[in-house]
Design a protein around this ligand. Structure first.
Ligand code: RIB
Length: 307
């Protein structure tokens, strides 16, 4: 582990109820699925697990209920070496996500109810300020309220900590939020929602990234699924191809794997292009396994890890 790879992540944990099915049901229809698994999920928690398994020093700021899903969260973080900065709220319930994975295409459709994590408030973030200013990278998403994400980014920015905003799921955000992020990491759908530019290929991605830069983002790392990632700053735009994968089993959480890898590489001093390449490397392992947090690779499973 490098001496300065402390990463603080703000976000949500939920339990993922994942159903693998040959076909997703139409409205009013019931289909028999092929398999079911209940496991740890939530974008922020998945990213923390990815970074923790890669050997970085990771703290995860969130809220949980006081229930069996919260126990699952704590077990998951312990195994990944993630240090939780967590409030347990007996008056609330830990959230859950329903994930339908199409067996043939390995793609997914998700409904998430963030539960206790969805109640994260700026005051919770203020209470965690010490671990935010002590990190070299701070990362958040948008499964908890935007106000909490904004407070975390502002605290980190004020302390000179590198900030990553993974704007997932896509919700309306103002330019001031984007301007607090050194790196904004949407996928194609999120980039389209944030910019109004439909993203169907690299040229569209460049146009969408330009809009996000104009809105204040320091740099855009736009993930393109099997197309890799686009890294675009004010002065240059570069494409990182995806790594070849023998068999894609489940793409759920691939973006979280990417963001976890990106954060680790940036914390260890990699430049944004090399960090995006490492993110693609981590995601390429994750998509070969079912599940989200459970699919994240350990350091010895990923070649060329920055140290
Ligand atoms: O990015 C994948 C995650 O999105 C899942 O784990 C699910 O919980 C939703 O938050």
């Amino acid at each position: 582990m490098s001496g300065n790879d402390a990463i603080t992540i703000l976000g949500v944990f939920v339990a993922d109820a994942a159903f693998r099915t040959a076909r997703r049901p139409r409205p009013g229809e019931t289909v028999l699925g092929e398999s079911f698994a209940l496991g740890p999920g939530g974008k922020g928690s998945n990213q923390a697990v990815a970074a923790g398994r890669l050997g970085a020093r990771v703290r995860f700021v969130t809220r949980l209920g006081d229930d069996a899903f919260a126990d699952l969260a704590e077990r998951t973080w312990r195994e990944a070496g993630v240090e939780p900065v967590v409030g347990r709220d007996p008056a609330s319930a830990t959230g859950a996500a329903c994930i339908l994975v199409d067996v043939a295409s390995a793609d997914n459709a998700i409904v998430i109810c963030p539960g206790a994590g969805g109640e994260l408030a700026p005051a919770d973030v203020d209470a965690a300020a010490e671990v935010i200013v002590g990190a070299s990278v701070f990362m958040t998403q948008l499964e908890q309220p935007v106000a909490a994400a904004a407070r975390g980014l502002a605290i980190a920015r004020g302390a000179g900590v590198t900030t990553i905003l993974n704007p997932a799921p896509a919700v309306e955000v103002d330019d001031a939020l984007l301007a607090l992020a050194d790196v904004v990491t949407p996928n194609e759908a999120e980039a389209a929602a944030l910019t109004g530019v439909g993203v169907g290929g690299l040229d569209d991605a460049r146009r969408a990234a330009a809009v996000l830069l104009a809105r204040g983002a320091g740099r855009v790392v736009l993930t393109l699924g099997a197309g890799g990632a686009l890294v675009q700053g004010p002065d240059r735009s570069e494409h990182v191809p995806a790594f070849a994968v023998e068999r894609v089993v489940d793409t759920t959480g691939a973006g979280d794997a990417f963001n976890g890898g990106l954060a680790v590489a940036l914390a260890r001093g990699a430049d944004p292009l090399a960090a995006a390449r490492f993110g693609c490397r981590v995601a390429a392992v994750a998509v070969t396994r079912p599940g989200t947090a459970a699919a994240m690779p350990w350091a010895d499973e990923v070649a060329d890890a920055p140290t």
